[in-house]
Write a protein that binds this ligand. Structure first.
Ligand code: F6P
Length: 563
């Protein structure tokens, strides 16, 4: 076991008590963003921050100067700065798996920032060796030097993985679509056979490259999908007369059309993929923190080396901001601490992330794994129970679609839902329509929503519009619904790297206050074990007999209706 000190119970610190008293005082005097803005003309400038590519406006949060000070005090009291240093240094802060947590090493430039020795190995040197191998491989594929078994250039990549081995790459692939200049990528994740069946539909196996992405190379979904893809590829090649059914030709086809990304190179070889065509990473990269490791291979194939390097630089720049800025001025730390403020003092249960960029439509899904697999926990890193609520539900949808779906609840529901609004000043598709810049129409909505949420609409304002008295209450907006605006110049690879690193560190900050090991995920294991035990019961009476009454009844129903 690693020598990580027991977590400090945040709730027992004088700083927590001070926050509680501050919260009670704010409740007693009444929170009014409108009044706070009027009383302090510097509120916006004091609560605005810039990182290299992103501009943050925190002024529409339910915080005052005092709150910021007290939250920073809390951060110091729970040892946030020490734990941050410990993470960047490669200490084994993932205690339940006794591992370092070093996604920050994945984007650290070689030389410039020095090496990080993890378990006797230079992590930065290892990262760069794999990156070089990925860049060289991607260049061969993109240029057409790498050929399929019949000598054709690769046109499509099928990336098979799930969770961290899928959500990050899909999200970034969608996010950076305007930069696509290599093979198109299709992603397969679900074990539902419909997923693989739909994704290989219409593909020419002679020009398809399959990447099997799995940190462990044991994940049921991925290995099953990889086997189905292998079967599809060989069968289709045979059917179109591209290969015969000799073992040599099959092995050659696999070698030309299958590559792997994994930490488990032995199992990769066992699957039949040449370890030469495997790209490694390390146990100190958590699955949900891995999009900037070899897990991003499909992105280098699709976008090329330069784009990926800019992407990594975005992460690195944000890492440096988080690492070097004093807490009161550290927007990354503050966003994490403000989330704690909402979860533990206002009792917020969820947090919406609302990108006003269609290209980021998978960002909320990506964040769900990042945040909830990390902080959805009830015990702390030393095994003791948590002492307060943890792990809010993250959710969202690209604007303005969400406006016509669930925003009603954010504006007028009984629950407080803090929300992050994300937008960029420049669109990849600047279009004028009927003398209207359509992007400005879009951005008008982005700004209108945070304004409505913050300042609301009083009954008198509603009446002044001539609204009949009986429906006035339904048209009142209370305001004081907190939002953060994240605005950037454009959704570039660099900006996207920053955005991802931002949420990685927000997750870390919250986890640190709550005393969590944000890097394990034991909560997903029981379901995996039970699925193995239940599956035989669909056709085996003995296995059926050992199931609980509900499972048994559902399987009996299945047996009745299955054709
Ligand atoms: O869902 C559990 C999990 O272990 C995730 O943390 C991980 O990202 C995913 O499964 C996939 O794991 P692997 O990359 O090992 O296939």
């Amino acid at each position: 076991m690693s020598q990580i000190a027991a977590p400090i119970d945040a709730t027992q610190t004088p700083e927590w008590k001070a926050l509680q008293e501050h919260f009670d005082a704010l409740q007693a005097e009444g929170i009014s963003l409108k009044d706070w803005f009027e009383a302090d003309p510097d509120r916006v400038s004091k609560l605005s921050f810039d990182t290299s590519d992103l501009h943050f406006d925190l002024s529409k949060n339910l915080i005052t100067d005092e709150t910021v000070k007290l939250l920073a005090d809390l951060g110091r009291a729970v040892g946030l700065e020490e734990r941050r240093a410990s993470m960047y240094r490669g200490d084994h802060i993932n205690t339940t798996e006794d591992r370092a947590v070093l996604h920050t090493a994945l984007r650290r430039p070689s030389g410039e920032a020095g090496s990080i020795i993890v378990d006797g190995q230079d992590a930065v040197a290892d990262v760069n060796a794999v990156l070089d191998k990925m860049y060289a491989f991607a260049e061969r594929v993109r240029s057409g030097e790498w050929k399929g078994v019949t000598g054709k250039k690769i046109e499509t990549v099928v990336s098979i993985g799930i969770g961290g081995s899928d959500l990050g790459p899909v999200m970034v692939y969608e996010g950076l679509r305007p930069y696509l200049d290599g093979p198109a990528v299709r992603f397969v994740s679900n074990i539902d056979p419909n997923d693989v069946a739909e994704k290989v539909k219409g593909l020419d196996p002679e020009t398809t490259l399959v990447i099997v992405v799995s940190k462990t190379f044991t994940t049921l979904e991925t290995i099953t999908n990889a086997k189905m893809a292998r079967w599809w590829l060989l069968d289709a090649l045979r059917k179109q007369g591209a290969i015969d059914d000799s073992a040599e030709k099959e092995a050659e086809a696999i070698a030309k059309h299958f590559v792997a990304v994994s930490t488990n190179l032995e199992l990769v070889a066992e699957f039949g993929i040449d370890p030469e065509n495997a790209f490694g990473f390390w146990s100190w990269v958590g699955g949900r923190y891995s999009v900037d490791s070899a897990v991003g291979l499909s992105l280098i194939l699709a976008f090329g080396k330069d784009v990926f390097q800019d992407f990594l630089k975005g992460f690195y720049d944000l890492d440096r901001t988080f690492e070097t800025t004093p807490l009161e001025k550290n927007v990354v730390a503050l966003m994490g601490l403000i989330n704690v403020w909402y979860v533990n003092f206002f009792k917020a249960e969820s947090h919406a992330v609302l990108p006003y960029v269609q290209y980021l439509h998978r960002f909320p899904a990506y964040l769900q794994q990042l945040t909830m697999e990390s902080n959805g926990k009830s015990v702390r890193w030393d095994g003791t129970p948590v002492t307060t609520e943890t792990g809010e539900i993250f959710w969202g949808e690209a604007g303005t679609n969400g406006q016509h779906a669930f925003y009603q609840l954010i504006h007028q529901g009984t629950r407080m839902i803090p929300a992050d609004f994300i937008a960029f000043a420049n669109s990849a598709n600047p279009i004028q329509c009927d003398n209207q810049d359509v992007h400005e129409l879009f951005l008008g909505n982005f700004l209108a929503q945070t304004k409505a949420l913050a300042f609301g609409k009083t009954a008198d304002e509603v009446r002044a519009e001539g609204t009949p008295e009986q429906i006035v209450p339904a048209r009142v907006f209370t305001g004081n619904r907190p939002t953060t605006s994240i605005f950037g110049e454009a959704l570039t690879p660099h900006a996207l790297g920053e955005l991802i690193a931002l949420y990685e560190h927000i997750t870390f900050v919250e986890g640190t206050v709550w005393g969590l090991d944000s890097y394990d995920q034991w909560g997903v294991e029981l379901g995996k074990q039970l699925a193995k035990q239940i599956t035989p019961a669909f056709h085996d009476d003995e296995a059926l007999a050992s199931q609980d009454a509900s499972t048994k009844a559902l399987i009996e129903y299945y047996r009745k209706v299955r054709k």
